[in-house]
Design a protein around this ligand. Structure first.
Ligand code: FMN
Length: 362
């Protein structure tokens, strides 16, 4: 048997009758399919525990996920191989805590609200693998490291040191947030996983067979940045927000790495180092996007990769074949030194403009 618990929010205010109705339908259906459990309602939050045969729980949960009466549904735990029911006599007991003003119930109400909030916070700080493990009832700390073929993605901002020197820290944070948002959206929507932000660098990975997705996500990032630059005010640093992207593929070790005090769920391996090196090569090759031969081999026919040559990546002995695609987005208009110069001049322009706006002391 399986036991599943989740938390969700009312999608609108629900009347007492509507909640009773959920209870009635649930009890009729659940008695038929041998499902038992409890549904708590409190302050616009549902907390439900469902227990029964695996297929019955899966099919009910997929119906519940589609139900328009609630949203932001977060599975808290899904336990397998359950041998004993916790609510054998309840085909679905609905308990509306809002109606009960007993002070003893107050901590439970607060607990439910806090649980929903902290789970949502955890979701934005944690790797989806870690979250999935928690939701499936595993302790993520027990996840064993495993070898996986991955496409590693590295992107970082051109002349970031110059930007941090010349801009206010709040402007730098704003710029980083815009860059990270664009990257995360594109990567996640193509099935990738953002591993970490390291200063101005984004590290992410895609499954080894998703070369098309990795490339498509990279191009979407470059497109979005172009739009952002064009739409930014004349004195905005966003006008010179350029990045380099490097992709490499290989076998990496995926899992928990760190000390017993602080752990990170990440990937380690040669492909990670190579992708980071590829990203730095974008400067030398005057391209905004470059990738390794191993990535090229996984691409479908819709792409026309261009071979830029054989290069020795910094700090590596082996020679690597480097590719890009010919696209207005990937080709730098001028060489990298000129681009850096353009960024520098723009930052000086911003500084002058900011200085002219300072009130003068008399
Ligand atoms: C918070 C919540 C909990 C629910 N729990 C159950 C349940 O335990 N069993 C059930 O059959 N339907 C439950 N439902 C209703 C289902 O989403 C769905 O509307 C219902 O199963 C459809 O039943 P029908 O096919 O008999 O019309 C729940 C809905 C909500 C919003």
């Amino acid at each position: 048997m399986k036991r599943l618990s989740y938390i969700s929010k009312f999608s609108r205010s629900l009347t007492k009758r509507e909640i009773e109705n959920i209870g009635k339908v649930s009890q009729t259906n659940n008695s038929r399919s041998g499902i038992t459990g409890v549904l708590l309602c409190c302050g616009g939050i549902f907390f439900q525990i469902l227990e029964g045969e695996d297929e019955c729980i899966d099919s009910l949960y997929s119906k519940i996920l589609q139900d328009e009466r609630h949203s932001q549904i977060l599975c808290l735990k899904s336990e397998l191989n359950v041998t004993q029911r916790q609510f054998p006599d309840w085909s679905m007991e609905v308990i509306v805590l809002d109606e009960n003003h007993d002070i003893l119930l107050q901590p439970i109400k607060i607990l439910l609200q806090t649980l929903g909030e902290s789970h949502a916070i955890l979701a934005s700080y944690t790797q989806s693998e870690v979250l999935q493990a928690i939701e499936s009832g595993f302790n993520p700390l027990d996840l064993k490291p495993r070898y996986r073929e991955k496409i590693i993605f590295f992107a970082d901002i051109v002349s970031f040191t110059g930007l941090t020197e010349k801009l206010q820290v709040t402007e730098v944070v704003d710029l980083l947030n815009q860059f990270f948002t664009i990257c995360t959206k594109a990567i996640v929507s193509h099935g990738g996983e953002v591993t970490k932000f390291i200063g101005d660098c984004v590290m992410a990975y895609f499954d080894g067979d998703r070369a098309d997705d990795a490339l498509q996500a990279s191009l979407e990032i470059l497109t979005e940045l172009e739009i952002l630059r064009n739409q930014a005010d004349s004195y905005s640093p966003l006008r010179v927000l350029y990045i380099g992207i490097g992709l490499a593929k290989g076998n990496v070790l995926e899992g928990n790495i760190g000390s017993h005090i602080k752990k990170e769920y990440t990937v380690i391996g040669d492909a990670v180092n190579l992708a980071a090196r590829m990203e730095t090569m974008t400067r030398q090759l005057n391209r905004f996007l470059v990738f390794s031969d191993s990535v090229r081999l996984g691409l479908s026919d819709r792409w026309r990769p261009v071979r830029l040559g054989d290069f020795q990546a910094k700090g590596r002995e082996e020679i690597v074949e480097v590719y890009s695609i010919d696209d207005v987005l990937t080709l730098q208009k001028s060489d990298f030194r000129k681009l850096k110069q353009e960024i520098k001049q723009h930052l000086e322009l911003i500084s002058c403009q900011q200085a002219s706006q300072q009130p003068t002391l008399v």
